[in-house]
Design a protein around this ligand. Structure first.
Ligand code: NDP
Length: 462
């Protein structure tokens, strides 16, 4: 073996890079990680963590409003955005410290620097060079917005998490995870929020019943959803925006947030020059084992633009370390990746949507329950939970599980275990509920809604 400085050099200290580095070091590998920004990557600094803290903040509105039905006589307390941002930043600083300690304890060398790929075994750090048997690209992604007049003056999610001033009116462009989550956050914190979605409803790719139910719940919370349109021009007049839409409206706002997707962070890293192939959108092309076109170089996480989710990047990082440093070839199953959208109320899902299941499996039975949660009998809030199971007719396996409602992410995480284990509808039926909960509904759904019990599928199908 040639004398490399290291066994593994990781470019990017986000969720995936850190997971791989730590697991590799635990098997005795000599590992270094370089990071040009803050340790922890998108999830910790500009994504999941700060977003979830803001979601908690927004949920207090519901608690204050709902309390009256339970005998409390509250006044809606005043909200101070600057306090929330400062407390959120303090928590992120604390997490940065924890991540740094974790790497140190694992024996991973941390380099606060921009790294570029020089060749398959060499990484450049300014004028310095380090060599490694393997190099891992784990550089994540960044927000993307379409070009257009005035778009440069708008926000992306990174900016929205750190605004100096709380916007009284926010216009969100896009209908994906980030658009829906930020619309819910700012509406919950008291802003007047509108969403511009080019499709039929927010959350393309999610189950159609969940999408429709979310749109209803967002509307009940005062979020104006403009569907089947897009922005044509963004005009900034002093401190106020007027956004012209393709269908001829003019929408006023104090801030405009473009949440129109993310792109891989791969430019300027020397990848193509060194022989690493990139797809058209800059994603690093990898095989099933995360190997790039340069055999000693691997890539995981959002920079490969597959399932752009933190737990997937972590699973990939760990699997790669197992494969390279523990003689334990490991793959990741991308078919049953649970995911949550922290909208208000939240969504969680695992497995196939009804439409996808019909495409792939042909005959399926659909069980669905839509109800007003017990809490709202007294709170008076007009909010309905939706739960849905998609079951493969042949064999009875539950292939999709979808929920919109309070605690959906907490509930569906457990059900993801059941689906991963191949649970059938019979297993669900044989499971005793926990009463009174919303979760028990998942084991109490008796009759399929599609096809309706006793009806031929052709009549019941939509
Ligand atoms: P998404 O890909 O989820 O959504 C992008 C949205 O922008 C879609 O509604 C899309 O419309 C719309 N869009 C794209 N291009 C244009 C355009 N030119 N004009 C108008 N609308 C456009 O991206 P996000 O930025 O919301 O999030 C990026 C990724 O990050 C997510 O896909 C997810 O993987 C991850 N993420 C996960 C979270 C979680 O786990 N809770 C939270 C946040 C992000 P259309 O649907 O019609 O294509």
């Amino acid at each position: 073996m040639p004398g490399y400085d290291l066994d593994l050099f990781v470019i990017g200290a986000g969720s995936g890079g850190i997971a791989c580095a730590r697991r590799a070091a635990s098997y005795g590998a000599r590992v270094a990680v370089a990071e040009e920004g803050r340790i922890g990557g998108t999830c910790v600094n500009r994504g999941c963590v700060p977003k979830k803290l803001l979601v908690y903040a927004a949920q207090f509105r519901d608690a204050f409003e709902d309390a009256a039905g339970f005998g409390w006589r509250p006044a809606l307390p005043a909200f101070e955005w600057a306090d929330l941002v400062a407390n959120k930043d303090r928590e992120i600083d604390r997490l940065n410290g924890i991540y740094r300690d974790m790497l140190a304890k694992a024996g991973v060398e941390y380099l606060a620097a921009r790294a570029t790929l020089v060749d398959g075994h060499t990484v450049g750090l300014g004028n310095e060079r380090r060599t490694a048997r393997h190099v891992l690209i784990a550089t994540g992604g960044r927000p993307w917005r379409p070009d257009g007049p005035g778009v440069a003056a708008t926000l992306v999610s990174d900016d929205a998490l750190a605004l100096d001033e709380f916007p009284r009116r926010l216009l969100v462009v896009g209908g994906g995870y980030i658009a829906v989550e930020f619309a819910g956050i700012f509406a919950g914190l008291g802003a007047e929020v509108a969403l511009v979605v080019r499709g039929e409803a927010p959350l393309t790719g999610f189950d159609h019943d969940i999408r429709a139910a979310l749109a209803e719940e967002m509307a009940k919370r005062g979020i104006a959803i403009h569907v089947r349109t897009s922005t044509r021009r963004v005009n900034l007049d002093g401190r106020s925006f007027a956004v012209e839409t393709a269908d001829g409206r003019s929408l006023a706002a104090d801030q405009v947030l473009f949440a129109t997707g993310r792109v891989p962070n791969t430019r300027g890293l020397g990848l193509e020059e060194a022989g690493v192939s990139l797809a058209g959108n800059g994603a690093v092309a990898v095989d099933d084992g995360w190997r790039t076109s340069l055999p000693s170089v691997f890539a995981i996480g959002d920079c490969t633009d597959r399932r752009n989710l933190t737990p997937v990047a972590i699973a990939e990082g760990r699997a790669l370390a197992e494969t390279l440093f523990n003689a334990n070839p490991t793959r990741v199953d991308y078919d049953l990746v649970p995911t949550a959208v922290f909208s208000q109320p939240p969504i969680a899902t695992v497995g196939l949507t009804e439409a996808r299941a019909r495409e792939r499996l042909g005959e399926v039975d659909v069980y669905m329950s839509r109800f007003r949660p017990m809490k709202h009998a007294l709170s008076g809030r007009d909010e309905r939970t939706l739960m849905k199971l998609v079951v493969e007719r042949a064999g009875g396996r539950v292939v999709g599980c979808h929920m919109l409602g309070a605690d959906a992410p907490e509930i569906v995480q457990g059900l993801a275990v059941a689906l991963t284990a191949g649970a059938t509808k019979r297993d669900f039926d044989a499971t005793v509920g926990i009463h009174p909960t919303a979760a028990e509904e998942f084991v109490l759904m008796r009759e399929p809604v599609r096809p309706a019990a006793g009806a031929p599928e052709a009549e019941a199908a939509r």
